[in-house]
Design a protein around this ligand. Structure first.
Ligand SMILES: O=C(O)C1=C[C@@H](OP(=O)(O)O)[C@@H](O)[C@H](O)C1
Ligand SMILES: C=C(OP(=O)(O)O)C(=O)O
Length: 431
């Protein structure tokens, strides 16, 4: 437990930040680097606890991974040379590691057992286990293989045509990774576009993959070839500082090299619709991933309705959007977001509980929440629910509260943003 007391500070935020590398892309770079033959060099890798879980898993297969700060060098002979791990694989708090690795494990002719922390043990895995069982892999775990800990015997699997029943990039990616390692052509169809980093990176590594009209086809290939990967800054981490600049009067921040993949930029669209001034410069592309600098200044905000297809494009940003909404004029309604209940904690409950304790007027609904804007936040004692995004939302709230914000435990922030407080201090008068 690492409790923290944050003093209020209404000073404008100024300056420039280079937020850490994207978590989703970092996981995928390690997975594909390990599955590829040869050397993969990853730069601007996210040194967060979740991505380190993915690294450790492949080390247990005997893959050589050298790690120095934000650079990773992977030397692999491909999956045919992986050795059977002698110990269970530990996935910690990471849903992405668990779900994507189950896809990989389904395709490997090995026995593995996997487990996670208290939060991950409660998160549903049947959404990936169901299609992977259809492909012929064997899974066993609690509730007939719905939850970790789990045992997997993979290999010798066949391709499938699969329509995603949940809006989830993790499920899509698990099936695509299993498809890469299975006989034949696997097709995944999604009704709503979710983040497409797996598709982009598989293509960059030379996989035979085609995406058309929300349908992705991948052809079996036993090994890819190693490449160099630059990981753009994580827009989900940048979202905390974008929102901070939007709600603290007189602020102007520049966030450099932020990932701007269209399947992730819902936060920018929503902040703009609320009235924030956002400018994008220096736009470039690497490995199919757009990135650039985001300059954001405070403005008077207004409430909005957030629903439908945009939800997967900002799912992890909903806690911080809810904080912005407390400062907007009018009501903000968030719908179609019941997936929030299956994250590191039930994020609908955690956001409504936390913001209410700080003095906001927020109500939960079956699939989202309703936030009445124009609140003066008082401050107070809040729980992070061991969830990094909830902890960071509360830390940003302390920039606009009248009194201290006391967060029960901030240790979860190391999951996705180990330097969060150094960065926060560098742009406020707290530094
Ligand atoms: O594929 C990914 O890297 C992720 C997909 C999303 O989860 P779902 O696939 O469960 O929506 C997101 O919430 C998570 O932080 C990362
Ligand atoms: C939901 C998240 O991650 P994961 O599913 O990988 O635990 C997140 O980072 O907000």
């Amino acid at each position: 437990m690492k409790e923290v007391t944050l003093r209020p500070s209404s000073a404008p935020l100024r300056g420039q930040l280079h937020v850490p590398g994207d978590k989703s892309i970092s996981h995928r770079a390690v997975i594909l680097g390990a599955l590829a033959k040869g050397t993969t060099n990853i730069t601007n890798f996210l040194n967060g606890e979740d991505c380190l879980r993915t690294v450790e898993a492949f080390k247990q297969f005997g893959v050589s991974i050298e790690h120095e700060r934000n650079s990773l060098k992977i030397d692999s002979h491909g999956p045919g040379y992986f050795t059977e791990p002698k110990e269970p694989l530990y996935f910690g708090n990471s849903g992405t590691t668990a779900r994507l690795m189950l896809g990989v494990l389904a395709g490997l002719p090995l026995f593995t057992s996997v487990y996670g922390d208290n939060s991950l043990t409660k998160r549903p895995m049947d959404r990936v286990v169901a299609p992977l069982k259809q492909m012929g892999a064997q899974f066993d775990g609690r509730s007939k293989g719905s939850f970790l800990p789990m045992a997997i015997r993979g290999g010798d699997i066949k391709s499938i045509d699969y329509t995603l029943p949940v809006k989830s990039a993790q499920v899509k990616s698990a099936v695509l990774l299993a498809g890469l390692l299975s006989e034949g052509v696997t097709t995944v169809t999604e009704k709503t576009t979710s983040r497409n980093h797996s598709e982009n990176m598989l293509q960059a590594f030379g996989a035979d993959i085609v995406s058309e009209n929300q349908q992705i086809r991948i052809t079996n290939q036993q090994s890819l070839n190693g490449i160099d990967v630059y990981v753009p800054g994580d827009i989900s981490s940048a979202a905390f500082f974008m929102t901070a600049a939007a709600i603290v009067p007189g602020s102007r921040l520049t966030l450099t090299n932020i990932g701007l993949n269209g399947s992730r930029t819902g936060i920018i669209e929503v902040l703009q619709e609320m009235g924030a001034a956002v400018e994008i410069t220096n736009k470039q592309t690497t490995g199919g991933e757009a990135f650039g600098d985001v300059i954001i200044s405070s403005q008077k905000l207004k409430g909005v309705i957030i629903e439908g297809d945009i939800i997967p494009r900002l799912i992890d940003e909903i806690p911080i959007i809810a904080l912005a909404a407390t400062q907007a004029e009018g009501e903000t309604i968030i719908r179609d977001a019941s997936e929030l209940k299956f994250k590191e904690t039930d994020r609908i409950r955690a956001v409504v509980d936390g913001l209410t304790r700080l003095g906001a007027s927020v109500k939960s609904t079956e699939d989202g929440m309703v936030i009445n804007g124009g609140s003066v936040l008082t401050g107070g004692r809040v729980a992070a629910y061991n969830d990094h995004r909830i902890a960071m939302m509360h830390a940003i709230a302390s920039l606009i509260t009248k009194q201290n914000v006391i967060i029960d435990d901030i240790s979860s922030i190391a999951i996705s943003y180990p330097d969060f407080f150094e960065h926060l201090n560098s742009i406020t008068d707290k530094g």
